[in-house]
Design a protein around this ligand. Structure first.
Ligand code: IMP
Ligand code: MG
Length: 184
């Protein structure tokens, strides 16, 4: 295991400052878009990757939101999506009739998100939007909804700011590319 996470990073893709700036912009966009909503607003974070993004985004909005989390299995210990999505932890509360914003770390193949959206839609929210920090659009295999996006990223395995490799690197404050020899 690395004792200094930085030794395992090939390059920084998005700096901590760039992330913070973009999160503030997304927060302002959400403030404007939901200003007139008279419904309950709920942000649903997808664990564990969206953890950092959720806490920063939630503090960047001045809307009366509640926060809930869902955990789904997608990757296990590999860097490829299995296509098998399983709910590990479900929401605590009903989303029926509420304005829902799904907060995701990254949309890669799109399998995880499209499964989640189908599942959430069946619970009859009043509206359902997606806010993802990162989009790896070159790797998309299923078309997915993406309403708010932080950054497009190239097809490389990225870690940091919530994103992991084998559960590590989530606590890096920036988005970096892992040295390829570490996962090949
Ligand atoms: P998808 O189902 O292929 O779209 O994968 C979505 C999930 O895989 C994300 O929510 C991440 O948890 C994980 N993931 C995809 N790409 C990366 C990456 O480059 N680094 C870390 N996790 C990733
Ligand atoms: Mg995730």
């Amino acid at each position: 295991m690395p004792r200094n996470l930085l030794d395992d990073i090939k390059e920084t893709l998005i700096s901590a400052e760039q992330i913070q700036q973009r999160v503030l912009e997304l927060g302002q966009q959400l403030n404007a878009d939901y200003a007139d909503s008279e419904r309950e607003i709920i942000f649903i974070g997808v664990l564990k990757g969206a953890l950092m993004f959720m806490v920063d985004l939630a503090r960047a909005v001045n809307l009366p939101i509640s926060i809930d989390f869902m955990a789904v299995s997608s990757y296990g210990a590999s860097t490829q999506s299995s296509g098998i999505v399983r709910i590990i932890k479900d929401l605590d509360a009903s989303i029926e009739g509420k304005d829902v914003v799904v907060v995701e770390d990254i949309v890669d193949s799109g399998l995880t998100l499209s499964y989640m959206l189908d599942n959430l839609r069946s619970r009859n929210p009043a509206s359902l939007k997606v806010c993802a920090l990162l989009n790896k659009k070159d790797r998309r295999t299923v078309d997915t909804q993406l309403d708010y996006l932080g950054f497009d990223v190239p097809d490389a395995f990225v870690v940091g700011y919530g994103l992991d490799y084998n559960q590590l690197y989530r606590n890096l404050p920036f988005i970096g590319v892992l040295k390829p020899e570490l996962y090949r």
